[in-house]
Design a binder for this molecule. Sequence first.
Ligand SMILES: Nc1ncnc2c1ncn2[C@@H]1O[C@H](COP(=O)(O)OP(=O)(O)O)[C@@H](O)[C@H]1O
Ligand SMILES: N[C@@H](CC(=O)OP(=O)(O)O)C(=O)O
Length: 481
Amino acid sequence: MTHTVEKIGGTSIANTDIVLKNVFLGNRKDKDIYGRAFVVSAYAGITDLLLEHKKSGKPGVYALFASAESKWAWSDALSDVAEAMREKNADVFGDHPHKEIADAFVVERIEDVRNCLIDLHRLCSYGQFRLDEHLAAVRETLAAMGEAHSAHNTALLLRQQDINAVFVDLTGWRDERKIPLDTRISDTFAKIDLTKELPIVTGYASCEEGMVSRFDRGYTEVTFSHIAAVTNAEKAIIHKEFHLSSADPKLVGVDRVRKIGETNYDVADQLSNMGMEAVHPSAAKGLRQAGIPLWVRNTFDPTDAGTVIKATLETSSPRAEIITGLQSIFAMEVFEQDMVGVKGYDAAILGALTRHKVRIISKSSNANTITHYLECSRKALKRAAADIEAQFSSAEITMRKVSIVSVIGANLDVPGLVTRASGALYKEDIQLLGLNFLPRNTDLQLLVADEHFDKTIVALHAELVEKTEVKKTDKSLQTAA
Ligand SMILES: Nc1ncnc2c1ncn2[C@@H]1O[C@H](COP(=O)(O)OP(=O)(O)O)[C@@H](O)[C@H]1O
Ligand SMILES: N[C@@H](CC(=O)OP(=O)(O)O)C(=O)O
């Protein structure tokens, strides 16, 4: 029997009624309910409370535990998480007896973690044990609770509908084995009969290097892609808050953006590089290598098949598909008059950036200047710059905060693209600080000041996407609504 592996994001899974109606049930009856494995994220906002807020950086339990400032603030924050989880349980189960089971599950996991953290705190007060050596494990343990909670609840909820849903806990809770991710997945799935059971799997999966350490936030998609590859799924499906769109619907407007419809992994890679929450980079890579098509569907629009991302795309007429970008990145310019004609500068700069774990988004160079566009903390940037200065004493290094906006498409061979893009910015009084366009024709990158980020996306979308008519024969870029 063929099966699908499907991921439900935090915003979608938090809308319990909709997700039940549109994703789990739909018009399915009896055996059609099965043949699917679901991987779920924590309810929206819960991981932010457990670790730190994804956007604002507001400290959660982890960040409070890691900072020495207020000794027990983390414990109060953990109680707040328990409260938020119980509130969610009340919202999901009302006064159904399952509410008690769900609350008991929360109490057990939270108190287990609290005891473990108290012990660790005590141990480290002796001096021989260093807290910072254990912080990565603390971060993993806390993150895991979010997905355990939502997966456990979802399985309970489906059982109320007479569906044989099973809670599949990949978090490694009370499991002393240290095994690779794929082994954990294959061992677990060997015991599941997909024809009769509907697995609801935790999006957090225990693995050797740590899910959050290795893949960072959004790790659920990595678990999902590994499950799809290991179990040889026919399709992988991500259920999201919006269709995969020509720009962020929240920024440009739901009625102005278009659904992508069909694209390839080349485009998905560019999106991931821009940090767009569309698809986790490691997830896209795993699925592409396994030859599994990835569908991105809108939870709130169940009759629409969504967007398919394939390894290859046969016909693609030239057009801009997506406008996206990254705000507050750093442009690091290394200027050195003696660089002309001399090799080795580039390799040395790269070495320093790698040593200080700085993420490179893009780069450009000329005879005597190499500029890297970087995503990192100011601290890491300063260390990398000092490292480069130590190697090239006469180099001038300048750093400034900028935004990068990228026009992405499988085939960007659009006549006058650069003129139209820069013209659109000129009309809006947006100064263009830099431009990068490679012969590969998949993305055009524009550098602007941070305060012009939103305005740039809106202007480029209006000029390059909204003004382009979509041919009836083109499956992609239809209006999302
Ligand atoms: N091109 C785009 N298409 C769709 N959503 C986008 C796009 N760019 C940014 N987003 C944003 O990505 C966010 C994450 O959405 P989603 O993945 O559904 O959340 P989650 O997986 O956490 O439930 C949305 O709130 C949306 O504003
Ligand atoms: N809940 C985790 C993992 C995740 O993948 O979430 P989402 O699918 O909602 O982006 C996070 O917030 O990072």
